[in-house]
Design a protein around this ligand. Structure first.
Ligand SMILES: [Ca+2]
Length: 213
């Protein structure tokens, strides 16, 4: 009698174990879907460059990303050997021109009402620190099907206090508004007055993912 009870307890326990295991496995699959990377070339490894960190304006642009500037030269380049992961990062070098800006963006299809997170890792350069008004920042610009901007979210900015000895993660999270068709994931450097030329920061491992509750 006693023995039979014990066996049936074990059976229940085994079934419970199986149920938990299946549940965990289900959660794992869900979280994998939720964190699917929506950016192309998010680690800036394509194309591979031989540059070892010295600014080279002739260096190729990163595949999948669009560059923009306020009219100044593009002081942004793929840099090898200075990465957060892989071998390459993007190196931004500041201008001394008041109100300059320069950056990269990638356009990604999104669904209205869904929440998305855009993040990057950034790092300073001890030999070429950012000075005065020079900052870096992320934004998500929501666009409708006609490519009109219908909203914009900003991450915290980084400035002269950005650590040069470790990578710091920056992120911005928000829901795509009604009628939204695309998100522009923007990494920008800005300087008001007076910015100081020659300050450097690196950016690597950009990520744009759908966030599930
Ligand atoms: Ca990389």
């Amino acid at each position: 009698m006693k023995r039979s009870v014990k066996v049936s307890m074990l059976t229940i326990s085994a079934l419970t174990g199986l149920f938990v295991f299946t549940g965990l496995s289900g959660v794992k699959v869900l979280s994998k879907v939720a964190s699917e990377e929506l950016l192309t070339n998010s680690s800036f490894e394509d194309p591979a460059v031989a540059d070892v960190g010295i600014l080279n304006r002739a260096s190729p642009r990163p595949t999948g990303w669009q560059m923009f500037t306020s009219g100044t030269a593009e002081l942004m380049t793929l840099a090898a050997g200075l990465s957060h992961s892989g071998n390459q990062a993007i190196k931004f070098v500041s201008h001394g021109v008041p109100d300059f800006y320069q950056g990269f963006y990638q356009a990604v299809p999104v669904n209205p009402g869904e929440t998305y997170q855009f993040s990057v890792y950034a790092k300073g350069d001890a030999a070429h620190p950012l000075k005065n008004t020079v900052t870096g920042q992320l934004s998500i610009e929501w666009h409708d099907a006609g490519d009109n901007e219908i909203g914009r979210l900003w991450s915290p900015a980084w400035d002269a206090t950005l650590p040069a000895t470790q990578w710091t993660k920056f992120e911005v999270v928000g829901a795509a508004p009604p009628a939204c068709a695309k998100a522009h994931c923007v990494i920008v450097e800005k300087g008001q007055a007076p910015p100081v030329a020659g300050g450097v920061f690196l950016v690597d491992d950009a990520s744009f993912v759908k966030v599930t509750e």
